[in-house]
Write a protein that binds this ligand. Structure first.
Ligand SMILES: Nc1ncnc2c1ncn2[C@@H]1O[C@H](COP(=O)(O)OP(=O)(O)OP(=O)(O)O)[C@@H](O)[C@H]1O
Ligand SMILES: [Mg+2]
Length: 251
């Protein structure tokens, strides 16, 4: 069943008194347990879609439904990871993860155990007492992912989470996130990722939504049915990459 459905979404920003159309007639759906990516050039409105799902922005046109009912961000358990990890510099790693859990429970033992569990899952155990300034970019992003997953979200929103990392850290983190997504007993189950990296989208997604340059509209959807884990050097992989690239330049 569709978890989320966006129908005819339009967004108009007010930019210094001038109307700026950011999204036009955007429709797509996300099913439970799916990994969906949105790809498109800079400024096409990808982060704008994330803002709508976070409940930070009301679209000027169209509807979003959650399980068939009108979407309300307060009815969905979601977490978000941005390109630049938004950690609290004055808190250590453990506290940075615990703070997300403190928002949902006051069971101190549960908070401590869950934070420790996810810190271990993302491979930064041993750094619980380190401060963000003492961590590399990749490690900081691991903390962000631990924090996002610790609360057990139904939907994980990712806004270019690997874009600021070197190629090796990015690849390692992609594979680890996919392992988590594929583990039935661990979050996340459903993921919506925004990216402008075609290889990344093809490696990770069940479905890729391709947006046009601003104002973003859906140029097409591509289902990726390659077996997992995906061989990013196979001919079949390149063939899907090619299909996405062609669709991106079809505008
Ligand atoms: N708060 C705002 N006020 C006015 N215009 C905005 C605002 N936020 C975004 N925009 C405009 O809307 C368009 C889409 O922005 P958005 O951030 O969604 O793009 P994006 O696809 O995420 O780009 P990038 O890949 O560079 O992150 C851009 O042209 C941007 O200038
Ligand atoms: Mg963006």
């Amino acid at each position: 069943m569709d978890l989320l459905e966006l129908k005819g979404i339009g967004v108009e920003y007010d930019s210094n008194g001038k109307k700026l159309l950011s999204l036009r007639d955007v429709s797509f759906s996300i099913q439970s347990n799916q990994f969906v990516s949105i790809i498109g050039p800079s400024g096409c409105g990808k982060s704008t879609i994330i803002k709508i799902l976070l409940g930070l922005l009301k679209p000027s046109a169209g509807t979003v439904t959650l399980g068939g009912k009108l979407f309300d961000a307060s009815n969905l358990k979601f977490s978000v990871v941005f390109q630049n990890p938004a950690l609290f510099p004055w808190l250590d790693v453990l506290k940075n993860v615990e703070i997300a859990l403190e928002a949902i429970t006051d069971d101190e033992r549960y908070i401590r155990e869950t934070a420790e569990k996810f810190i271990k899952i993302v491979g930064i155990d041993g750094f619980e007492e380190a401060y963000p300034r003492e961590l590399s970019g990749g490690m900081k992003q691991r903390v962000s992912i631990a924090r996002a997953l610790a609360t057990g979200p139904d939907l994980l929103l990712l806004d270019e989470p690997f874009a600021a990392l070197d190629v090796f850290s990015a690849q390692a983190l992609r594979e680890e996130l996919l392992d988590l997504w594929e583990s039935p007993d661990l979050p996340p189950d459903t993921v919506l990722m925004v990216t402008h990296n075609v290889d990344e989208a093809v490696q990770m997604s069940d479905k890729i939504i391709v947006l046009s340059p601003r104002p973003g509209r859906v140029l097409g959807e591509i289902k990726v049915e390659l077996p997992r884990p995906r061989n990013t050097r196979s001919e079949e992989f390149y063939s899907v990459v090619d299909t996405v690239v062609k669709l991106m330049s079809s505008d």
